[in-house]
Design a protein around this ligand. Structure first.
Ligand SMILES: NC(=O)c1ccc[n+]([C@@H]2O[C@H](COP(=O)([O-])OP(=O)(O)OC[C@H]3O[C@@H](n4cnc5c(N)ncnc54)[C@H](O)[C@@H]3O)[C@@H](O)[C@H]2O)c1
Length: 443
């Protein structure tokens, strides 16, 4: 396989400018990069990263590279790659990238193969496609692999397949869906090395999932459609970290927001936050714009499409494109969908309604926009960099489990972020410390 696979190396200069623009908003990661450049905590380690190839990820790659790591980067979604960034990483920062925006499934997994052939000591995933491929290959469960990856894996001897896993000391995982998959692997006893759940750090999900997804999902929907959100009925499926942020921002744009949920506590929270809460089948009748952010499957299903209004806009910002049952919509439609704008596929139902699916149901903030703004990814990727360093130092003491990011890393990132924002806070006095740690003083 060649040493990289990207769309066009000529795009590098534009990519470099955008990477540097993002860097200005990433002071925490920059301070880690400066320390990594001196201390080289990842020296001699091969790192395979399967992440969204964006300007912010490029700054994470630079940090790990300065830390001494030998990196290969592949996309964690076929539609999220920024081709100019991929070109700049190859051309200006000497980091091999295997990612092309719009790549088909075969190419996506050909690129994952490149990450596997790098024989990583450490993995970094966003959605767990890299580690799950690694485990299926090692276990010889070829039927679970994409056919072309399976064909390659079958050419390896059993010893070669086992060998692929031998070097790996651990991994990190970026998103909710990946963490759910990894915890299921741990439960089934098939997790083969320790993994740090970066998503579970407070400085990740409280900010990235909420404010990052909230803003960038609105950005993606608006860029794809240019619709006015004010006065529209906007349906948010899921009121977790991402859903809260999205509902908040949609309301801020003047939409009437409806939330759908399956968890009574989250539904209650949404209702108390002032949103209308109802089942999807009811919401489907009245919504103008729909967006799923659940990590679940078929959240918008065939029966929901049956009752949707003519002209409904349907998007997803959860990790995989299974949240919207597009095959069901295809069955209900006549002819092929029309690409009426980039990222807008219009289906015509047998009763003549038009339903617009954005970005083929893939996470819309990365498909038609640029993903999260850099200042929020600053914290997420500071967690990635420090978790990689932590893994190198502590892997020999860790079991084959999913671990949380250590509390001290989380607090240190919050402290550095506040400092970079010029925000000062109070410090507990000795008297307060004593009071908070005692039980004797009461009424
Ligand atoms: N677009 C992005 O850039 C981005 C960023 C972070 C996370 N994510 C992804 O977004 C998804 C959600 O992440 P999160 O951190 O908000 O997770 P979360 O666990 O905090 O929230 C998910 C919510 O969805 C609800 N839910 C599940 N099934 C549902 C259904 N059928 N109908 C309605 N609600 C349902 C759950 O009860 C839960 O409250 C995940 O797939 C995650 O990987 C995307």
């Amino acid at each position: 396989m060649s040493s990289y696979d990207i769309k066009d190396i000529q795009l590098a200069e534009g990519g470099r400018r955008r990477i540097e623009w993002a860097e200005r908003e990433m002071p925490v990661l920059r301070s880690i990069r400066e320390r990594f450049a001196k201390e080289k905590p990842l020296k001699g380690l091969r790192l395979s990263c399967c992440l969204h190839v964006t300007t912010e990820t490029a700054n994470l790659m630079r940090t790990l590279h300065e830390g001494g790591a030998d990196i290969v980067l592949t996309a964690s979604n076929p539609l999220s790659t920024q081709d100019d960034v991929a070109a700049a990483l190859v051309n200006q920062f000497e980091i091999p990238v295997f990612a092309i925006k719009g790549e088909d499934k075969v190419t996506y997994f050909k690129h994952i193969r490149a990450a596997l052939e790098h024989k990583p000591h450490l993995t970094q995933d966003d959605g767990a496609d890299l580690v799950s491929s690694l485990f299926f290959i090692e276990m010889g469960r070829f039927e679970k692999l994409e056919p072309s990856l399976a064909a390659w894996a079958k050419t390896l001897s059993e010893a070669e397949r086992k060998e692929m896993l031998k070097n790996v000391i651990g991994g990190t995982e970026e998103t909710t869906t990946g963490v759910i998959r990894l915890k299921a692997m741990e439960k089934d006893g098939v997790l083969k090395f320790p993994v740090i759940a970066v998503n579970d750090a407070l400085t990740k999900h409280m900010f990235d999932n909420r404010y990052g997804t909230g803003q960038s999902t609105i950005d993606g929907i608006v860029r794809a459609t240019n619709v006015l959100l004010a006065g529209k009925t906007f349906v948010v499926a899921g009121y977790g970290w991402c859903g809260r942020g999205l509902a908040l921002r949609a309301r801020g744009m003047g939409s009437h927001v409806i939330v759908t949920e399956v968890d009574p506590l989250k539904a209650l929270e949404a209702a108390m936050d002032g949103f209308q809460v109802m089942p999807m089948l009811e919401a489907a009748k009245v919504g103008d714009i729909f967006c799923t952010v659940t990590g679940d499957i078929n959240v918008i299903d065939g029966h929901d499409f049956e009752v949707m209004k003519d002209g409904a806009i349907v998007a997803n910002s959860g990790h995989f494109n299974v949240e919207i049952n597009i095959p069901a919509l295809e069955k209900m439609s006549v002819g092929e969908p029309n690409l009426v704008r980039p990222f807008v596929e219009q289906y015509t139902t047998k009763d003549g309604r038009k339903i617009n699916i954005l970005g083929q149901g893939r996470l819309i903030n990365l498909a038609s926009a640029e993903g999260h703004p850099a200042s929020v990814m600053d914290m997420s990727f500071a967690n990635q960099a420090l978790s990689a360093e932590y893994m190198v130092k502590h892997a020999d003491k860790l079991e084959k489990k999913v671990y949380s990011v250590p509390e001290e890393i989380d607090s240190e990132i919050a402290r550095l972020k506040l400092e970079s924002m010029g925000v000062k806070i109070d410090v507990l006095t000795d008297e307060q410390l004593h009071y908070l740690n005692s039980w004797e003083e009461g009424t």
